[in-house]
Design a protein around this ligand. Structure first.
Ligand SMILES: *[C@@H]1O[C@H](CO)[C@@H](O)[C@H](O)[C@H]1NC(C)=O
Ligand SMILES: *[C@@H]1O[C@H](CO)[C@@H](O)[C@H](O)[C@H]1NC(C)=O
Ligand SMILES: *[C@@H]1O[C@H](CO)[C@@H](O)[C@H](O)[C@H]1NC(C)=O
Length: 484
């Protein structure tokens, strides 16, 4: 009863697309980053088994999304078919298997005459394609932007092209999460939320932390006229692109910073931790991109940290925002180097703080209450700066790699000690009850008397904190008061 009452109090205004989905950023897996066109029925079923047995389903990774290259011919009747070599039992069979395991099934197409890998696209066949996806019990559509026959260049042209599929999906009557992949073109951050549950904000990610690559164009993130955003965009490039409009995401529709590279091998552990932390804090769609059949213990301990995922799945759905960016630091061999501080509200009345060190050396970074709450009022004018906060380190209780190794060896039952099961206890409930697995570890307090938060942050790494308000009544008590 408590939960129900409180959710009605917190209910956000109706999202523009009203299919009821993605009230928190979608979580799942997509094959593209690691496997490209190498797709099959076995891949999807084997991957789902890993998601289940490793416990990843039960920290929230629920969508299994098949990317490009599944298509067969388009028949005379206008309906698309699937490749019977790769998918001998068809798509409805896969959907059924996934649903039985507690997953949802995602598929892919493009708002063009062809998909990016030159299979049949959906442009001008939106109705037929939406109908057939619904008939296959599909729950999610990633919708790309290749071969659009020149129907782009203004927000209206792109809006109309992507809206055709939005309308067609709606007309099927089946709730299908609609994930736009138009690479941030045509100001999608100004209209994506009107018709979709997420929208990509940049060219394709690649497995590097900050190396500029000529294939990732539009390197000035402030250039709103970016055409052909490309691929090979680094983690830092994407963070800097989305920074000015992180607030456009919210319950029902999210910025999509592209699929995760965690586990792919091109970055250090610190870099992957930073990449994952920022995707959670900025409320990006959260799709694992690595080949899970080769999942390593190290990768598992990044992807399964419930204290960090709880930030992504926060019931308020507000992104952190950048409160500082400073380039006056040591540069790496690519000429890159900067530090950033991010901050933002968390449910129920907490505050997220991230110290992001993208300089080419370990650094001690310091922030304070005035900076943390600058968006509530500059120069310490925010009332929030007058209170005392407990500081929790969200990575301090990261799973031990040996425990992860045992889990991957198939001994989940024996080694699941401390596991947070979000299927059983949704994040909102865990946060309301201050479940300690979602809090990380208390490492100190800050207050008007000692307002600084300072930490050693590894090169290309983050420190990520949850601040809990200690002033006045307890949070729990405040919630009950609101309930009355
Ligand atoms: C279709 O759109 C209407 C109006 O926005 C909405 O009420 C309904 O839930 C949508 N249906 C689906 C299946 O998305
Ligand atoms: C999580 O809880 C669900 C529902 O009780 C259960 O079916 C599942 O096995 C649990 N998962 C883990 C990893 O313990
Ligand atoms: C912290 O608690 C005090 C006292 O209950 C309250 O006035 C204040 O708004 C809270 N601050 C935040 C950031 O929630």
């Amino acid at each position: 009863m408590f939960t129900i009452l409180f959710s009605s109090l917190l209910a956000a205004p109706a999202a523009a697309i009203s299919n009821g989905l993605a009230r928190t950023p979608q979580m799942g897996w997509n094959n593209w980053n690691s496997l490209g066109c190498d797709v099959s029925q076995d891949l999807l079923l084997d991957t789902s088994k890993v998601l289940l047995d490793s416990g990843l389903r039960d920290v929230g990774y629920e969508y299994v999304v098949l990317d490009d290259c599944w298509q067969g011919e388009r028949g005379q009747n206008g309906y698309i078919t699937y490749d019977e070599q790769k998918f001998p039992n068809g798509m409805k069979y896969i959907a059924g298997k996934l649903h039985d395991m507690g997953f949802k099934y995602g598929m892919y197409s493009s708002a063009g005459e062809m998909t990016c890998a030159r299979f049949e696209g959906s442009l001008d066949y939106e109705k037929e394609d939406a109908e057939i996806y619904a008939s296959w019990d599909v729950d999610y559509l990633k919708y790309d932007n290749c071969f659009h026959m020149g129907r782009f260049g203004t927000a209206k042209l792109s809006f109309d092209r992507f809206n055709a599929m939005s309308q067609a999906l709606n007309a099927t009557g089946r709730p299908i999460l609609y994930s736009l992949c138009n690479w941030g073109e045509d100001y999608v951050h100004t209209w994506g939320m009107s018709l979709a549950n997420s929208w990509r904000v940049s060219g394709d990610i690649y497995d590097h932390f900050d190396r500029p690559d000529a294939l990732c164009s539009c390197n000035d993130p402030r250039d709103p006229h970016c055409v052909a955003p490309g691929s090979h965009c680094s983690v830092m490039n994407i963070i800097n692109k989305v920074a000015p409009y992180v607030d456009r995401g919210g319950p029902g529709g999210w910025n999509d910073m592209d699929m995760l590279e965690v586990g792919q091998g091109g970055m250090t552990d610190s870099e992957y931790v930073a990449h994952f932390s920022m995707w959670c804090a900025l409320k990006s769609a959260l799709l694992i991109g690595t080949d899970l059949r080769k999942l390593t213990p190290n990768t598992l301990t990044i992807l399964n940290n419930p204290a960090v995922i709880a930030v992504s799945q926060d019931p308020m759905g507000r992104s952190a925002t950048r409160v500082r960016q400073d380039f006056n630091v040591k540069k790496d061999k690519y000429g890159q180097g900067e530090i950033q501080v991010w901050s933002g509200p968390l449910y129920p009345s907490d505050q997220l703080v991230i110290l992001l060190n993208a300089a080419d050396e370990d650094l001690t970074m310091t922030t304070d209450l005035n900076e943390i709450f600058v968006h509530e009022g500059p120069e310490g004018s925010a009332p929030h700066t007058k209170h005392e906060y407990a500081v929790y380190d969200l990575w301090a209780d990261r799973m031990d790699e040996r425990q992860a190794e045992k889990i991957l060896q198939g001994d989940f039952k024996k080694y699941q000690k401390g596991w947070y099961n979000s299927t059983e206890t949704p994040y909102k409930e865990g946060l309301t009850n201050r479940d300690e697995r979602l809090m990380g570890k208390k490492v100190g307090t800050i207050s008007p008397k000692s307002p600084e938060l300072s930490a050693k942050v590894p090169r290309h790494g983050v420190k990520m904190y949850r601040l809990v308000n200690l002033s006045g009544s307890s949070t729990r008590y405040m919630l009950h008061k609101q309930e009355l």
